[in-house]
Design a protein around this ligand. Structure first.
Ligand code: C5P
Length: 236
């Protein structure tokens, strides 16, 4: 996958919005270039599972990013339900622990790619300390990544800053999806603290990158996506 430079299959657009019109506008504009759309807790809370059907009916794939984190029985049943919608990828918080992750793997039966979230890209060392975790970000990410692999999780969601370290530890096999992407054109980071450019993410070993606001808040989402793909293809 990493040798395959078909960027349009490896860029995922995050549809974090409460307006169906806006979501449809973004899909209409970007559908010629994009194969996978991410539905997170905002759009899923507003529109429910029918938003997944609507995207799949357009022959696109869905990454369902609900970051499950609960007792094993609850997560297991939620995963069973989520994979029945035919989603391509699904997220869980690795902080939910080994038993929870194992329960998710068993419920999935290999249908979707189960991705573990280590630390959110909005987290920095100060925030980690404030929740009582006295580890540096890298140490914490490594510990959670190994736990996820041990439990049989297919891959990880990780910041571009930890990517090289993760590839060194885990090798090529796990799927790694990188959010917190900001093109090198001055797009605002917003609440994201550990951002990287699309090129840096792919160069460091990302299989997929997730881009939200730089595309969805753009006046010309199609142009923005095309520009990103062009820049990547030129190797800039
Ligand atoms: O708008 P932006 O490009 O910052 O969107 C990033 C998306 O990736 C959001 O939907 C966010 O929920 C998600 N995400 C993240 N960090 C993670 C996991 C998911 O930012 N660790």
């Amino acid at each position: 996958m990493r040798d395959n430079p078909e960027y349009s299959k490896r860029i995922i657009i995050a549809l974090d919005d409460v307006s169906k019109d806006k979501i449809n506008r973004v899909i209409d504009a970007t559908a010629p270039f994009i194969e996978i759309y991410k539905i997170g807790s905002i759009a899923f809370t507003v529109f429910g599972p029918r938003i997944i059907d609507e995207i799949k009916n357009r022959d696109k794939e869905v990454f369902l990013d609900l970051k499950y984190f609960d007792i094993p029985n609850t997560v297991s049943r939620a995963v069973q339900q989520a994979v029945s919608y035919g989603v391509k990828m699904l997220t869980l918080h690795t902080l939910g622990g080994y038993e929870m992750l194992k329960a998710a793997v068993a419920a999935n039966e290999g249908r979707a790619a189960l991705l573990g979230v280590t630390l959110l890209t909005s987290f920095d060392a100060v925030q980690l300390k404030r929740i009582g975790i006295d580890s540096d970000i890298q140490g914490m990410v490594k510990r959670l990544a190994l736990l996820a692999m041990d439990a049989g999780i297919d891959g990880l969601v990780a910041s571009g800053h930890e990517l090289e370290q993760l590839r060194n530890i885990l090798g090529d096999k796990p799927v790694i999806v990188v959010p917190g992407i900001r093109p090198d054109d001055g797009a605002p980071a917003g609440d994201q603290k550990r951002v990287v450019s699309p090129k840096r993410a792919f160069d460091s070993g990302a299989d997929y990158i997730v881009i939200g606001r730089p595309v969805t808040e753009s006046n010309e989402p199609a142009d923005t996506v095309q520009k990103i793909i062009k820049t990547l293809t030129r190797g800039e």
